[in-house]
Design a protein. Structure first.
Length: 261
């Protein structure tokens, strides 16, 4: 399905529309909404699940960038308006978590609860910003495919890399990213704000979920974030790295289902 919001045509999936409770799932970088296919299939048995492709990703438009986290949050609010949804559980993985923080800051009255998967609150360090610039240069010089293979090795646990289905699905999402959208997203990630001051302001139920083999957002980061959010619940997914919904879908679905209940 498609909708045009803020001048950008977004693709999205919408399952379980007969249910009153809504779970809005926001993918990470450099992925698309198919990260959440297992959640769309299973969680939609009890809640309505909406999963969009953010601007520049998947089947959505690729407008000029950079894409800020606030822009993504505004796009999501407009998507909810289009669907007639006033309030939702906001779930985000990695960059999707950064977008969830922005959504909380801009639209707190529309957040029923938060699920923060494999993410962090810190902004890019000077070293990380330099790495973003180097990545942009590599993508412009060598294209998306080499970047996709590099990221697959970084994002997946060792066991997941040996699973041909998981590795192929991960690579397919990244191989399909348009280069200009990827660069515009990297620029937005580089410039994103510090969300650490946001953590203590969160007043809705919050789930923090981490993979025990995650090298991008390690367990120690998730533990610190959960400690800083009042009343947050921490769940650790075993034998998973940065893409827990894809690597261990059953465990993630169980954790989300328990949280939603």
């Amino acid at each position: 399905m498609y909708v045009t919001v803020n001048g950008v045509r977004l693709a999205y999936s919408d399952r379980g529309r007969s249910h009153a409770q809504v779970l809005l799932l926001v993918h990470g970088f450099p992925l698309d909404r198919h990260l959440w296919d297992s959640q769309l299939a299973r969680l939609s048995e009890t809640v309505r699940v909406v999963a969009p492709d953010l601007r520049g990703a998947g089947d959505s438009d690729v407008p000029a960038g950079p894409y800020s986290m606030d822009q993504h949050a505004d796009d999501l609010a407009a998507l909810l308006d289009h669907l007639g949804i006033r309030c939702a559980v906001i779930g985000g993985l990695s960059m999707g978590g950064y977008v969830a923080f922005a959504f909380w800051r801009r639209y707190p009255e529309r957040v029923r609860s938060l699920a923060l998967l494999n993410t962090r609150a810190e902004p890019d360090s000077p070293e990380a910003r330099a790495n973003r610039e180097a990545t942009i240069a590599r993508v412009l010089a060598a294209g998306v495919q080499a970047f996709a293979r590099e990221q697959t090795r970084l994002l997946l646990a060792a066991g997941s890399l040996q699973n041909a289905r998981i590795a192929a699905r991960t690579l397919a999402m990244m191989d399909g990213r348009p280069g200009p959208g990827l660069v515009a997203t990297l620029q937005g990630l580089r410039d994103r704000p510090d969300s650490r001051p946001t953590l203590s302001t969160i007043t809705v139920p919050t789930l923090v979920l981490a993979g025990d083999e995650d090298r991008v957002a390690p367990l120690s980061v998730a533990q610190g974030m959960a400690a800083a959010i009042p009343g947050a619940r921490l769940v650790v997914i075993r034998r998973a790295a940065h893409l827990t919904p894809l690597e261990q879908p059953r465990a993630v679905n169980l954790a989300l289902r328990a949280f939603l209940a």
